[in-house]
Design a protein around this ligand. Structure first.
Ligand code: ATP
Ligand code: MN
Length: 463
């Protein structure tokens, strides 16, 4: 008997086809003489309805075992469905129960559970409609990202997770050590003796693959990273994780305008791909989570992003007829409320803000001729705020060295990064996208903990 996935059966299954499915029972309805179960195998939001007649061998015993959460294999024939809600259903000929799920203790009974509750059962929550839809869309986003870059000849490069550079200034670092924490070697001055540690020096979990991506771009022209990054920031917000995935393209022979063009084309591509490949899941989000999700996706695909400079953004914010909690003035960083005002209220579409004050941006961003601003850009999205941060990189050795010193860092620590400017330097640019922020934006999910299968946040790493 042919084994088939439920998504495929619902899409193309024909009456009279004999087939076999495997999955988990979502619901059971017992009637006189027959019963229905809904079986879901994760391939689609919709489950397949299975009809079991009482003349099935061992009918009574099997039905008793088929509670919500039980795993089954059903062989049978597809028949046109009499009931509403589905075109076809599977008439069971044999049913095998792999594992039962005790209805007294199985926590996912047929009712709506809060996301807070579902986070406490991280090992089971993927079996719900919401998380099924989220993780299918997450998968589609990842596929779209690779497709976008691969079609354009970008090399996917794997940058290290353990790094020795602590100087990117992107956030708090997690230390990586091989020491027995109960017995840490000390120097004569009682400092930690890193010379004796695994790598012979302090090491950390990476906060970004950018510096290494720049190395690779200086050989392959166009590259991207797509992997996990870590920040020990103790910020308990709905937009921050301690472990999250980042996408970081880096392009040689490219300036900030090219960078913005790529970022815009990139977001459009990902949205288009997800709408095309996950229409049912996206419809679900629009109905259940946020009724602006589909309109927003269309908005992104069909409209040019609004581009303006930081200086222009500040003057618009100063004129705004809303009261902000944080002050607005040239030189201060934009807060989330300002970003949301620009994207959500003023322009009602994604906004690219560029040319930020040098003082509030990282050392590697290219200094403009005014010597006050750097060629940086952020893409601000309605509901989420900053979704992409990028810049043209400083390719001039002398300027870069000055910027490093000005930020209180040591050029020696970045000797290899500076070497890229000594040998065959070129204008280059790139950006970073928080992958979970993208999935949040795509699905309308309010909390970033609910778009990654196993969220890592302060005080929480259970599953
Ligand atoms: P924010 O101001 O929101 O904390 P950031 O300025 O620290 O962001 P960057 O250092 O520019 O962010 O990181 C690049 C991208 O990674 C951001 O645009 C955002 O999408 C994402 N990002 C940053 N920090 C986190 C986090 N803790 N959890 C999930 N995504 C994050
Ligand atoms: Mn941050």
């Amino acid at each position: 008997m042919v084994k088939r996935r439920i998504a495929e059966i619902l899409r193309s299954g024909q009456p009279d086809e004999s087939l076999l499915i495997q999955g988990w029972v979502r619901t059971k309805r017992e009637l006189k003489g027959f019963s229905f179960i809904e079986v879901n195998d994760g391939s689609s939001l919709a489950s397949l309805q299975v009809v079991m007649n009482q003349d099935l061998p061992d009918y009574e015993a099997i039905i008793k075992k088929l509670n919500t959460g039980a795993s089954v294999e059903v062989a049978g024939v597809l028949v046109p469905s009499q009931g509403k809600g589905q075109r076809i259903e599977l008439k069971a000929e044999t049913v095998k129960v792999y594992g039962e799920a005790d209805p007294e203790t199985y926590p996912l009974q047929k009712k709506r559970h809060s996301y807070e509750f579902l986070r406490t059962i991280g090992h089971l929550r993927s079996r719900t409609n919401s998380f099924g839809a989220v993780f299918r869309v997450r998968n589609a986003c990842a596929t779209a990202i690779h497709q976008f870059f691969q079609e354009r000849g970008f090399l996917w490069v794997h940058t290290p997770i353990i790094t020795a550079s602590d100087c990117e200034g992107a956030g708090e670092l997690f230390n990586v050590t091989g020491f027995n924490l109960k017995d840490i070697p000390r120097t004569e001055k009682n400092a930690v003796d890193y010379a004796q540690d695994f790598f012979g020096r302090p090491t950390y979990l990476t906060v970004s693959g950018q510096l290494e991506a720049e190395v690779m771009a200086m050989a392959f022209s166009n590259v991207y990273t797509f992997g996990p990054t870590f920040r020990a920031e103790n910020s308990n917000t709905s937009r921050h994780l301690a472990e999250f995935w980042m996408v970081e393209p880096e392009m040689a022979f490219c300036d900030l305008d090219g960078d913005m063009d790529l970022a815009e084309a990139f977001l459009k591509h990902v949205f288009k791909y997800v709408l095309e490949t996950c229409p049912e899941d996206m419809e679900f989000f629009n109905q259940r989570i946020d009724d602006t999700v589909l309109a927003t996706a269309e908005n992104i695909i069909n409209n040019e992003f609004q581009r303006l400079t930081y200086t222009e953004a500040i003057s618009l914010l100063e004129k705004a007829d809303v009261k902000f909690e944080y002050p607005v003035s040239w030189g201060l960083d934009l807060q989330s409320e300002h970003e949301r005002y620009l994207a959500e209220q003023l322009f009602k579409k994604p906004v690219i803000v560029s040319d930020y004050p040098a003082k509030i941006k990282a050392f590697y961003m290219r200094l403009s001729d005014d010597e006050k601003t750097v060629r940086a850009m952020d893409i601000l999205a309605p509901k989420i705020g900053e979704i992409i941060g990028g810049s043209q990189r400083e390719e001039r050795l002398d300027v870069l060295e000055k910027r490093i010193l000005a930020q209180g860092m040591k050029p020696e620590d970045l000797w290899w990064y500076l070497d890229l400017r000594r040998y065959g330097t070129v204008p280059h640019a790139g950006f970073g996208l928080g992958f979970e922020r993208l999935v949040q934006f795509m699905t309308g999910m309010g909390n970033i903990r609910d778009v990654i299968p196993f969220p890592r946040t302060p005080q929480s790493a259970e599953f």
